[in-house]
Design a binder for this molecule. Structure first.
Ligand code: FAD
Length: 393
């Protein structure tokens, strides 16, 4: 059996656990040093996890967003930065899978991602725009067969380690700010001049530094569909769901640590219920809410994909925004509860119950596309959208 067949003989979950074990081994060092988790990403490549979303006819495994959310959660239980890298790569890949099929260059790129396990980064954030990804200042210039782009990209996670960057811009320098395209630039087709450090509270391993990006590539690397459609029809939903998978994984591990703490206390004092036991029951229901939220998001996305008109409906957009809001807030609530259960053992670093990294990583959730920005978007939609109150979907 060749290496590829051997890897693919295992289930996705088994392969995810294999990568997660490596991620867990180095998670504290990655966090302490604020370094790229190269061991975990190498393990993801070894388990051939970077190309699983690519359709089978292009050399991938046609994995669903649900599969990828599950893998994100498994890896996140060990190292949230590694999992966020995995999730962001697949968010970018989903734009190719949903909007690049039928285009020779983009199909060739997907084949390469599957064959060579290329790692894809994202550049939407721009100086002067912040997290408003549906606006760009920079504009791509097309001259003959070539396109050129310069962007003040204030945050590109693992920009230096990526093999390709999917980057947004105006469709041309005179286009309106909202008339955007997304282009794939391959390593070697761009330069990155570092402008911002990444010395952060959490998610330290994502190495989300800022750069002055300058790229030149064949113009067919611009995705054919306008970015407005890519964002509305797939990217925002996949983003909120996969990020939520990462945050759910952080919460799962926090609860597992709190549960171990309570069990140990129960063993030490047989016959008496440890004081944290009640809170553990309470946090278990909070965790279930996050899980239900992610599952509901996955179901809604599947239903909408089967009926593409609903992908851009107000109800769908409100639901996807709510998935992000609820899971980004819920994870902090869960960790806070677990802190109360394990007390000083959770507050301290380097104990089996430590939750410092969890809490710091989870704080990125509310600002990763600011919840206030999302709330303001939803509030506009709610002026027109009538609530769906049915429990049947
Ligand atoms: C771990 C991590 C990794 C990231 N990786 C990438 C990456 O790879 N590529 C990339 O492009 N970006 C990346 N980002 C950036 C991210 O997606 C957001 O764009 C960015 O965090 C937003 O920055 P901001 O808070 O300065 O901007 P803004 O969104 O401009 O928000 C600034 C403040 O203004 C307020 N605000 C803004 N708009 C509104 C509004 N409409 N209503 C009410 N209040 C508002 C908010 O409260 C917010 O606190 C990453 C961020 C994190 C945390």
């Amino acid at each position: 059996m060749n290496v590829l067949a051997e890897v693919q003989g295992k289930s996705l979950v088994e392969r995810a656990r294999q990568a997660a074990a490596v991620a867990g081994q180095f998670a504290d060092d990655v966090d302490r040093e604020g370094r790229f988790p190269h061991e975990a990403v190498a393990a993801m490549k070894e388990a051939r996890l970077l190309g699983i979303q690519v359709p089978v006819h292009l050399g991938g495994e046609g994995a669903s967003i649900a599969d990828i959310a599950e893998i994100s959660s498994i890896i996140s239980q060990e190292c949230a930065s590694s999992s966020m890298i995995f999730a962001m790569h697949h968010i970018k890949l989903s734009s190719e899978v949903e909007h690049g099929i039928g285009d020779a260059w983009h199909e060739g790129f997907m084949r390469r991602v599957a064959d060579e396990q290329l790692l894809i980064a994202s550049s939407t954030t721009e100086a002067g725009i912040g997290g408003n990804l549906r606006n760009s200042i920079c504009g791509i210039e097309v001259e003959g067969d070539i396109c050129r782009l310069t962007k003040e990209a204030t945050v590109i996670s693992y920009g230096e380690q990526a093999d390709a960057i999917l980057i947004t811009s105006r469709a041309h320098p005179d286009a309106a700010m909202t008339d955007q395209v997304m282009t794939v630039f391959l390593k070697g087709q761009y330069t990155l001049e570092k402008t911002h450090d990444w010395d952060t509270m959490g998610m330290r391993g994502t190495r989300s530094e800022g750069f002055l990006f300058k790229g030149e590539a064949p113009k067919e690397q611009i995705l054919p569909q306008p970015f407005a459609e890519i964002a509305a029809e797939s990217m925002l939903a996949v983003c909120h769901i996969l990020w939520s998978g990462v945050w759910y994984g952080i919460a799962v591990n926090a609860v597992a640590r709190a549960q171990d703490f309570v069990r140990k206390a129960a063993k030490a004092n047989p016959g008496s219920m440890p004081p944290g036991a009640l809170r553990l029951a309470e946090v278990s229901s909070k965790l279930q809410l996050i899980k239900s939220n992610v599952i509901a998001g996955l179901q809604k996305y599947d239903e909408a994909k089967a009926n593409p008109a609903s992908l851009t409906s107000m109800g769908f957009l409100v639901a996807m925004n709510n998935i992000k809001l609820a899971s980004s807030q819920g994870v902090l609530d869960v960790i806070n509860h677990c802190m109360l259960i394990a007390g000083i053992a959770a507050y301290k670093n380097n104990t089996p119950y430590s939750l410092s990294r969890h809490l710091r990583d989870a704080h990125s959730a509310q600002i990763m596309i600011s919840n206030d920005r999302i709330l303001s978007n939803t509030s506009n939609l709610l002026l027109a959208h009538k609530q769906n109150t049915s429990l049947l979907g």
